[in-house]
Design a binder for this molecule. Sequence first.
Ligand code: ADP
Ligand code: MG
Length: 229
Amino acid sequence: MIRIHDLDKSYGTGKLTVEVLRNINLTVSEGEYVAIMGPSGSGKSTLMNILGCLDRPTRGTYYLSGRDISKAEEPELARIRNQSIGFIFQQFQLLSRMTAQKNVELPLTYAGIKGSRRRRMAASSLERVGLADRRHHLPSELSGGQQQRVAIARALVNHPDLLLADEPTGALDTESGMRVLDLFAELHREGKTIVMITHDPEVAACADRRIDIRDGQILEKRRSGGHAL
Ligand code: ADP
Ligand code: MG
């Protein structure tokens, strides 16, 4: 699903260049559940932005589902983002004036899906995350854990190939965080490919495989049991 070869990412030019990612090689197979773990500032979000086609590498190749997208232009990247990738963020990123249902409908609106089909798809996605009875609530009327599950319903509504989550439990209490991780485990059993970014080893242990990143470089690969591959 994902194949990254010798990828670098830097920001700025000349003396102001900041090298954020160096020599990243990474493969994620279809159906895998991978955690990318590292301390704050190690380059996790930068990597997620590249994986999610929100940003492009400075050097190297990125194949997503067999296509080299490292040099794709914006309209193409936007199409891939909308059709193939579901995003989940630490701060949920829901629109505060829209109900849960309307938030979940948004990606379908962008995809040109209309009327009752759009409403049905969004309702079914909310049902999938256990929030059918909260459809008409605003984000401010929901708990943090419920808001994150609305965001997960939104990420799933297009049936994306890849689910990308950046610190999905970072803003949640332990119990709501566990509920989100249980949901990821179920989605994984159903065959979803998930890449989750975290700084928390206990959260990373929920994935099949953990990839450690330090100062923009991948350290080593581990099974969740802790044995080096
Ligand atoms: P993490 O998510 O692991 O905390 P980030 O990917 O957000 O790390 O950031 C990694 C490093 O890249 C940090 O030192 C940060 O200051 C730097 N960085 C991130 N984005 C930019 C940018 N747009 N311009 C310059 N430096 C950046
Ligand atoms: Mg980050």
